[in-house]
Every structure is written in C-alpha cells, then in structure tokens.
Design a protein around this ligand. Structure first.
Ligand code: UD1
Length: 363
C-alpha cells in the first residue's frame, strides 16, 4: 500500500509525525512525504522534522510565501505530477492550511483517495482562510478523521455521509504525550519562575497596525506585573517591523523571541502561568497541560477547549485581556478535565483504519 503525506506549514508537522510513525509499524506500507514549502525557514520547518523524527521530505514543492490564490494554485500545479508519478492508494492531508485544501483538490480531481486528519472542526467564521480550507477539504475527502465529537456533528449537519467519518481523537496530543518527557531537557536558560507566554499570528490580529499596536501596548502593561515571553511568528515579526519604533510597546519584561522549536515551546507552555494566543493547536495543548489559556479571538473551531478545557475566549479586544488575566492571577482559572480520546492513540487508530487491518471501535 502506498501512502503519500502532504504537509506544508508548521502546525502540520506535529500532526503528520505520529501518523507516519504508526504506519511504519505495518509491513507492506510504503510512505512518501511531500513538503509543499508553504513554510520554509529552518525555525518554521526543518527543526520540527528533526525533533519529531520525520524523514527528510521525499519531495519539496518550494512554493514559498505569496497570495492565497498563488500559493494554493502553485501547490496544485506542482503536486499533480508528483501524485501522478507515485500513484498512491491514499493521500493524507492535515489540519486547515492552504497546503491541505490544495492537495485535497488535486487528489480528488485525479480520483485518488484522500484522508483528512483533523476533520470536522468549524469556527463558523468564513472570514478566516482556514475555515474555507476546512469546509472544502472535508467535502472532497474520502476519509474524515475527527479529533472530537463536535467534528462529527458538524459534518453530519453538512450532509457528509457518516460512513466517511471516523472519530479517532487528537493526533497533536499523541505528539505532545510522546515528546513531553524529552521537552524537559529543552528548557530555555534563564527562564523566569513565573511568566506569561504569548503567540499571535492570525491576520485578524496582526495585519491591522492599530490593532497590533494596542495589543502590544496591553502586553507591555501586563509585563509590569508578570514577565511576558513572546516567540514571534515571521508574519508578526514583519508586521511589528512595519510599525516602526513605537513608544509604549517596549518594556524590559516584554521579551520578543525567535519562533521556538517544538520541544522548547512545549517546555515553555508547561511552565507558563498563562498562555495568550490566537493559535488553534495551542488552545488544545494548554487544555491537555492544564495551563490557563486566553484566546484573542471571537470564536474557536475547538469549542471543546472552552467547554471542557482551560481555554477562555477573550475576543478581539485587548482591553479584555487584563481582567481575564487578573482572574487567573487571583487563582480563579478555569479548571480543565481530561478529554475523551485525547489519549496518545489517535494515530494508531488512523493507521488501523487506513490499512484495514483491525476494525476500530474507539468508544
Ligand atoms: C499559516 C496558516 C495558518 C497557520 C499558520 C501557522 C494558511 C491560510 N495559514 O499562516 O492557518 O495557523 O500557518 O504558522 O495556510 N514566513 C516566513 N517564513 C516561513 C513562513 C512564512 O518568513 O517559513 C512569513 C512570510 O512573510 C509570509 C508570512 O510569514 O508571507 C505568512 O506565512 P503564510 O504561510 O502565508 O501564513 P501564516 O500566517 O504562517
């Protein structure tokens, strides 16, 4: 059986790794890894391959950064001949980035079976490019692997035949559980004993200069009380540079860092008093780690992290961060609970389903 994995952006790598590892255990499964090149900096890509034990990609499409239409179409154009050459029995795509939808569309048109890992999530906000990617990828994929039951409900509402849907659990948590012990040897030297950890990269938060400036000002204020560590995504770095030298956004306790490798970031999350983010995956990781998370978005495609986890949606309003943080510092953080099927076995379930070797009943 030939399986081709398509990955392209940072959050794909920790989702693909456990599936690739699980499939390696099956004799007769030949795997090919295609990197679209959507992310290309060492700190956004190669370091993750190394830490997660993913093989060097067999093919790199080197599409780089450009507009959404250009990026999606470049991936499609360059992936098609690769798929035609390898003729896989199944192509696995991950998450909700442009590489995900582009690969799914190429394969669906070639009538090659597609499996979508992390299917069914919905923010119900079509201004997010990721929401369009999720909707389209799920409609054209043959196998839909959902991380939680809300994904199954969303797909049912959209008329997806339930025979295509498999509730397998969360592959990101597989990786987290596997790597957590090792992350203890990747603690940043000189780490303060208490700190807030920040990541922000959504266009809605960083592309508008006024909004970004007000966010940075609030972070600088917070850092008077609690040191703030902010590993800065390249997109955000660029936007901060464009703001120029702004008064009121610098503070000796606001530390702008380079993007963190996976293990270092895991160690940072685990020790944080609070994580402030607009990432999807980090909402899940903090829930698993029982670390309070304040999400600077109006909605989330991962509502289970709010209903059962440690996540609070503060909305796109920097002024709401301060009171939410005060609650946490006063010991009134949301207490999370263990989530069903976030048990480190999701990739094994996927491997069994795609190879058809053992029937799976995750319940
Ligand atoms: C992409 C995903 C987003 C995901 C995020 C994780 C889409 C639509 N968006 O957003 O869902 O949460 O990745 O990081 O697929 N850049 C570099 N080096 C890199 C990669 C990017 O400098 O290795 C810079 C470029 O200036 C680029 C900008 O970052 O223009 C944005 O990169 P892009 O891949 O377009 O989107 P992300 O914001 O990273």
């Amino acid at each position: 059986m030939n399986i081709l994995h398509v990955v392209g952006a940072r959050p794909n790598f920790m989702k693909a790794a456990p599936v690739h590892h699980a499939l390696k255990q099956y004799g007769g499964v030949y795997q090919v890894v295609v990197h679209t090149g959507q992310h290309y900096d060492f700190s956004m890509s190669e370091v993750f391959f190394r830490e997660l034990g993913l093989p060097t990609p067999d093919v790199n499409l080197e599409v780089g950064s450009c507009s959404h239409a250009q990026q999606t179409s470049r991936i499609m154009e360059r992936l098609e001949p690769v798929v035609l050459e390898h003729r896989p029995d199944l192509v696995l795509v991950y998450g909700d980035v442009n590489s995900t939808v582009a690969a799914a569309l190429v394969c669906a048109k070639l009538q090659i079976r597609v499996g979508h890992v992390e299917a069914g999530l919905r923010s119900f906000d079509r201004t997010m490019p990721e929401e369009l990617n999720r909707l389209l990828t799920d409609q054209i994929s043959d196998l839909l692997f959902t991380p939680s039951e809300d994904g199954n409900h969303n797909l049912a509402r959209e008329g997806v035949n339930p025979s295509r849907v498999h509730l397998v659990g969360n592959v990101m948590i597989d990786t987290l559980m596997c790597m957590l012990p090792m992350s203890e040897t990747h603690i940043l030297p000189g780490l303060p004993p208490r700190y807030a950890l920040v990541t922000l990269h959504r266009p809605a938060n960083v592309d508008d200069p006024d909004f970004l400036r007000s966010l940075l000002r609030v972070l600088a204020e917070i850092s008077d009380e609690l040191p703030v560590l902010f590993p800065v995504h390249p997109r955000t770095q660029q936007k901060i540079r464009e703001l120029g030298a702004q008064p009121n956004i610098s503070n000796p306790n606001l530390f702008f860092l380079e993007p963190s490798p996976y293990l270092e970031f895991l160690a940072l999350q685990r020790r944080a008093v609070v994580v402030i983010t607009d990432s999807g995956g980090i909402q899940e990781e903090t829930t698993f780690l029982q670390v309070p998370c304040l999400t600077v978005r109006d909605n989330t495609e991962r509502p289970i992290t709010v209903s059962l986890g440690t996540n609070t949606l503060v909305g796109r309003n920097p002024e709401r961060l301060r009171p939410a943080l005060d609650q946490i510092l006063a010991g009134k953080a949301r207490q999370g609970s263990t989530l069903p099927l976030w048990d480190g076995q999701a990739a094994q379930r996927i491997a069994r389903i795609v190879t058809g070797i053992t029937p799976v009943s995750p319940a």
